[in-house]
Design a protein around this ligand. Sequence first.
Ligand SMILES: N[C@@H](CCC(=O)N[C@@H](CS)C(=O)NCC(=O)O)C(=O)O
Length: 228
Amino acid sequence: MTYDLLIGDRSYSSWSLRGWLMFAAFDIPVRVTLAEMYDPGFHPTVERWSPGFRTVPLARTEEGAVWSDTLAIAEGLAEAHPEAGHWPADPAARGLARSMAALMHSGFGALRSACPMNLRVAWRGFAPDDAVRADLATLEALWARARAMAGDGPWLFGPYGAVDAMFAPVAMRIAGYGLPVGPEARAYVDAHLAHAPLRAWRAEGEAADRTLDVYDMGLETAPFPIQP
Ligand SMILES: N[C@@H](CCC(=O)N[C@@H](CS)C(=O)NCC(=O)O)C(=O)O
């Protein structure tokens, strides 16, 4: 079974990254179509894939079912590929993983709006305000709670799971904006920076060579910590 996935610009679309990782990090074949963000054709393309929806990512199965939204993609794939391990097998760990993925989906608004994902550059001199620091404190506490339940492996519950795909863009923000986190959280960020699928995604975004000025923070830049 090969799926189709509609994504936005790889360097900037954090939700597309999450959706794509739900396939790529679990060795599930996927054919990607790019809809360039801020282009007049973007929303009409999304609507053609799934009338009434306006955002990427969108996944389509060979049978024509469409999953809009990263959580729908995670649940659709977990149902179709139970052996892939999107969620932890242990019920308590699975409950926490699902809760954390849901919180990532609906929360951390301060961090998300102050630090848009940008995989093309790192920013120097970004000063997080109290709201961003509070989001980071929540993240660190939840990550530590998950790691306390983790089996073998560097990810939140040991092996890579859907919850790690949900947090991958946050890890990229911590790396790219130099956000202050403790050593445990930093180790988790470093695991994402070294993750082969994420590196491949970033390299493809670089190759697209399309810089969107709307994501310019007006700060001094440095090379992004993952190098090709
Ligand atoms: N909750 C959605 C969020 C998707 C989302 O906001 N995607 C952005 C790109 S990163 C988008 O398509 N924006 C276009 C728009 O909002 O019109 C998900 O989980 O997939």
